[in-house]
Design a protein around this ligand. Structure first.
Ligand SMILES: [Zn+2]
Length: 292
């Protein structure tokens, strides 16, 4: 059974310090049994970061996306309406966060009395601490992980990314690299529920992250990762600015670097087409926009 004190000692050994702003991607189950469950991890983080520090976590709610769009162009009109009726209405504050990566950590953070949540139907963040307001206020609707997003504000604060029991497929800061490298596929649209009967097309939808794992050995070689255990879990701490810069450099060398290799991944196949041919890109974008 791991205690808060042991978890805090592991975090300090890894390099977490008082006053840092840290974006945490955690699978608490990987740590093993803790004295107060997943809350032990949050308490240990807040203890080490101190009153000047800030914890930030993704609280994504992909269930508010248009299921008819996901199902593709073959969805009959009546069926699209039926699918859309199953999507919950997002109030922007209390919607349960989808555990990404799996685990209840975002929910634990969200229930903290000092938690602040950014408003976005599908890509919101929750923060606790000195910079929580700065990180979460006035989050943009379009390009939700771009230059005005909580991710970019963390970058402004010289913040850190902490992975606990998960790999880089959870490392959403690399979407900021995609935006800043201006790869053609970042301008894609997604339709999301924004009101009782309102569906809004959002530009700059970040998609597949399965290819992100490819960056790990390069980060290690470049001494960007600090690695060690947190309980039974493997953990990695990195300066977000270094991570994002490396992502930008790699994408400038190869625009498809962060796309996955799964032949059945329709999204990455589309992204490769958009990368290869700007004309195709325009056509594909137009096709998406015109879809009812
Ligand atoms: Zn993919």
């Amino acid at each position: 059974m791991w205690t808060e004190r042991q978890v805090a000692a592991n975090l300090q050994h890894l390099g977490v310090r008082a006053g840092m702003a840290v974006l945490v991607h955690a699978t608490p189950q990987a740590i093993g049994p803790m004295e107060a469950g997943s809350a032990t991890l949050l308490h240990a983080l807040l203890q080490v970061l101190g009153p000047e520090g800030t914890v930030l976590v993704p609280a994504f709610t992909p269930a508010h996306r248009d299921p008819a769009e996901r199902a593709g162009r073959l969805t009959p009109t009546g069926e699209a309406e039926r699918l859309r009726a199953t999507v919950p209405l997002c109030d922007g504050h209390t919607a349960p966060a989808d555990p990404q990566p799996p685990g209840e950590f975002p929910e634990i953070v969200q229930k903290h009395p000092q938690a602040r949540r950014s408003t976005h139907p599908i890509l919101s963040f929750v923060a606790i601490g000195a910079q929580a307001d700065f990180l979460t206020r006035q989050a943009p609707f379009h390009y939700p992980l771009g230059s005005e997003s909580p991710l970019a504000r963390l970058h402004q604060l010289n913040g850190y990314v902490l992975l606990i029991g998960t790999d880089h497929t959870a490392n959403v800061s690399l979407h900021l690299s995609e935006i800043w490298a201006n790869v053609p596929y970042i301008h894609r649209y997604a339709t999301v529920r924004t009101g009782e009967a309102t569906w809004t097309r959002m530009q700059g939808s970040p998609e597949c992250r399965r290819g992100f794992a490819r960056i790990e050995p390069l980060l290690r070689q470049s001494r960007i990762l600090r690695e060690g255990p947190v309980g039974d879990a493997k953990a990695q701490l990195m300066a977000q600015q270094q991570l994002v810069s490396m992502g930008v450099a790699l994408l400038q060398g190869e625009r498809s670097f962060l796309l996955c290799e799964d032949p059945d991944c329709a999204w990455c196949a589309l992204a490769r087409k958009m990368n290869a041919d700007p004309a195709t890109q325009t056509a594909l974008r137009a096709e998406e926009i015109e879809r009812p």
